[in-house]
Design a protein around this ligand. Structure first.
Ligand code: ADE
Length: 228
């Protein structure tokens, strides 16, 4: 997979890809991340990428031209499956969004700033608008990093244990069951007996029950009415 990220603050998008799982995914050649500084696509001497809103009002708007130049150049080089705009008024990022995007080959992610981008960018280039939650960030960069992490870890070969992404919370609309590791007893706090029983069908059944219990208690909104 290749992800091209268009931003006015590329520095915000370096460290997420320089450590741990995302770094390894890049090193293994499973994903390529290309950062594009929007200012490199501005022709005037002031490197202006934003301007006042037509109609008045506080806050600057990102201009069409540099974004057009950048996206048009990228699209002339390869086909893209989606051109994503990170924005608080987009569809909410969910596990199913990450699942879908992890199957794509080439993605562009545009990070908004200030009041956002000129609507004509959204009308003419953007195929999908994504929000990482109902709160406003200073820009789309941190949202883009969250989206990339959620997507990249699903690419086959990225996680060491191929099955582990399948047992994450939300993968089947349930929260994950509790997990434990050694020691089996610490300060008198014991690991549930069943997990050290070696009875794997029973362990599986216990995990399922725990997942249901947790979901009912913590996130009943994930369950259908009939399941509550
Ligand atoms: N840009 C600003 N706020 C955002 C959010 N909540 N999600 C994605 N991009 C954003």
């Amino acid at each position: 997979m290749r992800i091209d990220i268009i931003t006015v603050v590329p520095d915000l998008l370096r460290s997420p890809f320089e450590a741990s799982i995302l770094k390894r995914a890049i090193e293994k050649g499973l994903v390529e991340i290309h950062l594009h500084n929007l200012r490199d696509y501005v022709t005037d001497n002031y490197k202006q990428i934003d301007d006042y809103q037509f109609g008045g009002g506080a806050g600057m708007v990102m201009m069409v031209e540099p974004i057009d130049k950048c996206i048009t150049k990228l699209k002339s080089e390869r086909d893209y499956d989606e051109v994503i705009y990170m924005t608080p008024d987009g569809e909410r990022l969910e596990q199913k969004t990450a699942n879908q995007l992890s199957l794509q080959k080439n993605l562009i992610i545009l990070c908004g700033h200030y009041k956002g981008v000129d609507q004509r960018v959204r009308d003419h280039f953007i195929t999908r608008e994504i929000s990482i939650g109902d709160y406003v960030l200073s820009g789309g960069e941190l949202g883009a990093a969250v989206l990339c992490d959620a997507v990249i870890r699903l690419i086959p070969g990225v996680l060491g244990n191929e099955t582990s992404a399948l047992t994450d919370s939300f993968q089947d609309d349930l929260l994950a069951p509790p997990v434990y590791t050694r020691p089996a007893e610490y300060k008198g706090w014991k690991v549930p007996e069943i997990l050290i029983s070696g009875n794997f069908p029973k362990i599986e059944q216990w995990r399922e029950e725990q997942a249901w219990e947790r979901t009912k208690k913590l996130r009943p909104d994930l369950l259908d009415e009939s399941e509550k």
